[in-house]
Design a protein around this ligand. Structure first.
Ligand code: FE2
Length: 291
């Protein structure tokens, strides 16, 4: 089980074919049967989804649209101060609506127009080889639910805000989208669990939590940082280190807390070169030999 596995509420299908989502006691939706039914419906449609088909729409509640309006506005203000240029260019190209939660299908059409990537719905956790393998085909598997409205600034699991604002903006920027594809091709080529685990750790510290220097300032580049109002206020307090594969692979990561250690590139071009070199040369025989 990957470290990301602990992030997701498990999706279960019983012997009668009934799909449900299991929430932990501290999940904000634990005591809300209506939210649980809604989440089960979204998970069931994702399980039925066949790649290549149009992404089915979800009927979101008014509370969910309100959550989007609130978080999207807060993030937009923080992006202006803290996001790197490449992310901002992708976000502008993606042009998500401010007044309502967009459908994954419309975000998919926008990223496809920008870079050839598509979104497809994922019920919950996607197995690591399946997730990266689809990136090689320029397909990003994304969750389609949104966090519980009672805690709009907090999500215990990756939701639509993370997927479309964070990854969607990346996948609308050509140079970032090309890096996602390279991650996918590397995993498709590798056989050993150790090498795939290393690629996964580098993805975490670069594409989810990476930082880049711009005109002497440290800016956020990673999708997790850029989809979290709280993380965007705190990332500068982390122990910020230079990019290094061995350190990134050896650094444990905390899925439900602020990351105490983050990695920063000298520029976006440096991040691009560092990741391309690693992903093209990483091998099963000695995954660290490239560093
Ligand atoms: Fe993510």
């Amino acid at each position: 089980m990957s470290k990301e596995a602990t992030l997701y509420s498990p999706v279960i299908k019983d012997e009668r074919g009934i799909v449900s989502v299991v929430f932990a006691k501290d999940h904000p939706g634990y005591d809300d049967p209506e939210y649980q039914r809604h989440r089960a419906g979204i998970a069931e449609a994702a399980l039925r989804y066949v790649p290549g088909q149009p992404v089915p729409d979800v009927v979101y509640t008014e509370e969910e649209h309100a959550t989007w309006r609130l978080v999207n506005a807060e993030l937009a203000e923080k992006h202006r101060r803290h996001a790197c240029r490449e992310f901002l260019a992708g976000k502008e190209r993606l042009a998500l609506p401010d007044d309502r939660l967009p459908q994954l299908g419309e975000a998919s059409a926008a990223i496809n127009e920008a870079t050839g990537f598509r979104f497809s719905p994922a019920a919950g956790l996607v197995e690591v080889r399946d997730f990266y393998g689809s990136l090689a085909d320029r397909r990003f598997q994304a969750t389609q639910y949104i966090r519980h409205f009672s805690m709009p600034r907090f999500s215990p699991e990756p939701d639509m805000i993370h997927e479309v604002v964070g990854h969607g903006s990346h996948l609308s920027a050509q140079r970032l989208a090309d890096l996602y594809e390279l991650f996918g091709k590397a995993v498709r080529r590798l056989r050993s669990k150790e090498a795939v685990g290393m690629v996964s750790s580098v993805f975490w510290f670069a594409m989810e939590y990476g930082l880049v220097r711009e005109d002497g300032e440290i800016k956020a580049c990673g999708a997790s940082l850029l989809s979290s109002c709280a993380e965007l206020e705190r990332f500068q307090e982390a122990d910020i280190r230079p990019l290094d594969v061995a350190s990134m692979a050896g650094q444990g990561y905390l899925v439900e807390q602020y990351q105490p250690v983050l990695f920063c590139a000298d520029s976006f071009a440096h991040m691009e070169e560092f990741l391309s070199t690693f992903l093209i040369t990483v091998s099963d025989a000695d995954p660290l030999a490239t560093t």
